[in-house]
Design a protein around this ligand. Structure first.
Ligand SMILES: Cc1cc2nc3c(=O)[nH]c(=O)nc-3n(C[C@H](O)[C@H](O)[C@H](O)COP(=O)(O)OP(=O)(O)OC[C@H]3O[C@@H](n4cnc5c(N)ncnc54)[C@H](O)[C@@H]3O)c2cc1C
Length: 166
């Protein structure tokens, strides 16, 4: 199992969280010592709406094109990028035109990928929140949504709720 933490308050002038301490405290609750483990850091490259997604003979997909900056999700998006890129490559071969001029538009209007740029806009707003209480409430709200979605749309999120046995 991997355990990870991040500080989402990227645009505030508040001091950043001490992530090693936060992670260490969380591990201690599980009788684990942070010193016994190797710590790794990973950047998440988010989508920039002004970014360039292609140039002649080159397409960016997945993280290279940009993931969701709100929740750090990119797996579903990487698959969607693959679908859009596959289609663009097929069309390029059919038309013998490898400029990929319309690729960015296809990315932006793909039903899955358009949720990324909506999340880019939402992240721009939510990362400006300075109040710790509001941030806490925001994450609590996300928790409710995550529990509500599989219940209300089991076809969309096929996850069964965990039932406590005792
Ligand atoms: C800590 C962390 C937690 C995450 N949690 C989630 C999550 O819970 N849910 C979610 O949806 N997303 C999550 N993500 C994001 C998600 O992992 C990525 O968005 C997704 O894996 C991107 O897929 P990709 O195929 O674009 O890139 P990658 O999965 O990075 O694949 C790129 C591959 O290319 C290989 N490669 C690189 N250079 C070369 C080269 N020159 N030649 C050949 N191969 C090369 C790499 O080794 C790698 O295997 C998380 C990311 C991180 C860092």
């Amino acid at each position: 199992m991997n355990r990870g933490v991040f500080d989402s308050r990227t645009h505030t002038d508040l001091p950043k969280a001490n992530l090693k301490k936060v992670l260490g405290d969380a591990l201690e609750e599980r009788d684990k010592n942070l010193g016994d483990f190797k710590i790794k850091g990973h950047p998440i490259r988010w989508m920039d709406l002004r970014g360039r997604f292609s140039q002649p003979h080159i397409l960016l997909v997945g993280d290279a094109a940009g993931a969701d900056p709100l929740m750090g999700e990119g797996i579903g998006m990487a698959l969607a990028y693959g679908r859009v890129a596959g289609k663009a490559i097929k069309t390029a071969f059919q038309q013998r035109d490898f400029r990929f001029n319309t690729y960015k538009r296809q990315v932006m209007w793909d039903p899955v990928l358009l949720t990324v740029w909506v999340r880019v806009l939402l992240a721009g707003l939510s990362y400006r929140v300075k109040s710790p209480a509001l941030v806490r409430w925001g994450w609590r709200f996300v928790g409710w949504v995550l529990r509500w979605t599989p219940w209300s749309r089991p076809d969309y999120v096929p996850v069964r709720p965990i039932r406590k046995t005792s």
